[in-house]
Write a protein of this length. Structure first.
Lengths: 144, 144
DNA sequence: CGATCATATGATACTTAGTCTCATCTTTTA
DNA sequence: TAAAAGATGAGACTAAGTATCATATGATCG
């Protein structure tokens, strides 16, 4: 068995399940996203797929976000990056050096949410949590 | 003693301490921000201060962000909101109903950060954490 | 198979959030 | 009070994303 990775929902099937057509442009976008490990911007996709219209790229991204198979995260300065979701509910690490996006689940966080829920004057309806890191590879990489 | 609030660094003094001039436009911006409890956008400020140029509003906001006396947070859809900082290091709650911004410190979070630090393959250099809530007042408010 | 009709697409205009430029205006300081 | 440093405002520009609308695609039915 080769380097197994946690199962990742297939974006194409997810779109179909939701009643959307699996068209040429959508396939192109999904195929490209699927190959990306680093966080990417919508404009990256537009540039790499000159045959697909900008509006369609943004529309497809929105469908995938709504379906929960794509995540939108914010860099420290607020700039948006996207990353395909690999596991169900998770949070992100973003390497500020190489742009790699990691996912992690930590039960401490779920506990934290409950603890905070008791502290906060109101009802928690959502949250956002991102960790900016320098990943192992970048820490170990010889300066270049 | 009247409803004491945690000490808040004075934005004007902070700017002066950093060697910036305390000019008329900057005073206007700071005076306005100081009165705002809800999260506000930069354009809100521009509209409420027609005598101050847009560029100056954004520049002042940036100075205050850099100085750490103003916080920039992101709504669930990523839209930016600002809020004056009241305490040193904290996280935010944003009421999705009324827009009120709360701050809180919870030692669970600091512990969480250490725990996660051990899990993550790399070095944490920053983080972002926001909780979207419906605040007590909105929960209790009669539907309108 | 082919007509029909909902759906999707792409070009383009627009919006929002913010930065940049540069000539002018204030402050500070000498 | 003149010179230099710093701040301002008008407006052009950029980035990220949405809206509009005429055209193209593709699923389904006869």
């Amino acid at each position: 068995m080769i380097a197994s990775r946690p199962a990742r929902p297939d974006p194409a099937s997810v779109l179909e399940d939701r009643g959307y057509r699996l068209t040429g442009p959508r396939r192109s976008v999904i195929r490209l996203l699927d190959r990306k490990e680093e966080g990417f911007s919508a404009e990256d996709i537009c540039e790499e797929l000159p045959g697909v219209g900008r509006a369609t790229v943004y529309r497809t991204i929105r469908l995938l976000l709504d379906a929960g198979v794509l995540c939108k995260l914010a860099l420290p300065d607020g700039a948006p990056k996207y990353s395909l979701a690999r596991v169900e509910h998770h949070h992100h690490t973003f390497c500020v050096t190489c742009g790699n996006v990691g996912e992690f689940r930590d039960t401490t966080i779920e506990r934290l949410l409950r603890t905070i829920g008791a502290d906060i004057a109101g009802e928690i309806v959502g949250h956002r949590m991102e960790f900016y890191i320098v990943c192992r590879a970048c820490l170990e990489a010889p300066e270049r």
